[in-house]
Design a binder for this molecule. Structure first.
Ligand code: NAP
Ligand code: MG
Length: 331
């Protein structure tokens, strides 16, 4: 069983007299910075001067400055930049201002775990990773609630890294819900595995394969779209709210029997072997190296694959059908 911390296990005194620099006022940054401020913490945010995020911080009443200035002022530095940009910004604008007794903090473990950022041994390094998008981190907090988070310590020269991490988690409201202890390795590897194997990679390939099968068999693409893509949300919502049982109990008996007997033939031994292979590439660092080099090369593979994906026939029929659904947000 995982170790879980709540409000009573965390003490804001570990952040007393410390300035928290939130680097990047984006999705997570705007939420974490405002929650910390409302918890009575001394916060400064940083982003690109004059950007939309910068103006948003001014509107939110959060002091905002440049990255080097915030790092100069900050004792606890939470890095909430896009993961690909973190190593470069770290080297140029964060590292020069890291002093003994400072803490460096992340909401995702990739750069530490795969050695893209190697902090000096005299700073604490920990992670507080909310398990929800920023807007939820903020709205739950404002409602007196919180979202669950993960917490991990990478290095602890002060001897107080976990206490500081839990204080930070309390400051953003996460100990109200519960904070699960993990490691940088576990958070990073399972996060990559989930997004590659089922959440993003697995689910899109399954949708396309099912759609293509029906269309190749001569069924109309509009009908195939509804059955293989559109209805996925109903199923996922049920699973999300009440687990697998809620879903099976909510669909017809025919769907339940068909699903339980045929599903295993679709996600079969071959699919499971591919999952292990994906995990081994993550564990060995092979995937990380590939992604870091891809980023440095200006993402040629990503851009090519994105183009193919967006030109898939399911996207054309989908756009037409979604125009018939007035309840969907139009972008
Ligand atoms: P994000 O929304 O992209 O926000 C990053 C912010 O940093 C943006 O305002 C961006 O400005 C700014 N920025 C980019 N380059 C910069 C630079 N060189 N100097 C100063 N500011 C710069 O990122 P995010 O989604 O919040 O992710 C931040 C971290 O949280 C990541 O480690 C991510 O893995 C983690 N995380 C995210 C979520 C989530 O739900 N999004 C959940 C858990 C953890 P521009 O927009 O102008 O580029
Ligand atoms: Mg994730």
């Amino acid at each position: 069983m995982a170790k879980i911390y709540y409000d009573a296990d965390a003490d804001l005194k570990y952040l007393e007299g410390k300035k928290i620099a939130v680097i990047g006022y984006g999705n997570q940054g705007h939420a974490q910075a405002q929650n910390l401020r409302d918890s009575g913490m001394d916060v400064v945010a940083a982003d690109i001067k004059g950007s939309r995020a910068w103006k948003q911080a001014e509107k939110d009443g959060v002091p905002i400055t440049t990255v080097p200035e915030a790092c100069k002022q900050g004792d606890v530095i939470q890095v909430l930049l896009p993961d690909e940009f973190q190593p470069m910004v770290y080297k140029e604008h964060i590292l020069p201002y890291l002093e003994e007794g400072n803490a460096l903090c992340f909401s995702h473990g990739f750069n530490i775990h795969y050695h893209q950022i190697v902090p000096p041994e005299y700073v604490d390094v920990f992670m507080v990773a909310p398990k929800a998008p920023g807007h939820m981190v903020r709205t739950m907090f404002v409602d007196g609630l919180g979202v669950p988070a993960l917490v991990a310590v990478h290095q602890n020269p002060s001897g107080k890294a976990m206490e500081t991490a839990l204080a930070y988690a309390k400051g953003i409201g996460c100990t109200r819900a519960g904070v699960i202890e993990t490691t940088f390795r576990e958070e990073t590897e399972t996060d990559l595995f989930g997004e590659q194997v089922d959440l993003c990679g697995g689910v899109t390939e399954m949708i396309k394969a099912a759609f293509e099968t029906l269309v190749e068999a001569g069924y109309q693409p509009e009908i195939a779209y509804f059955e293989t893509l559109h209805e996925l949300k109903l199923i996922v919502d049920l699973i999300h709210e009440g687990g697998l049982a809620r879903m099976w109990q909510s669909v017809s008996n025919t769907a339940e029997y068909g699903g339980l007997t045929v599903g295993k033939r679709i996600i079969n031994e071959q699919s499971r072997a591919a999952m292990w292979e994906a995990l081994e590439r993550i564990q060995s660092g092979e995937f990380a190296r590939e992604w870091v080099l891809e980023t440095q090369a200006n993402k040629p593979v990503l851009k090519a694959l994105e183009k193919q994906e967006f030109e898939h026939p399911i996207e054309e029929v989908g756009a037409r059908l979604r125009a018939m659904m007035p309840w969907l947000k139009k972008e």
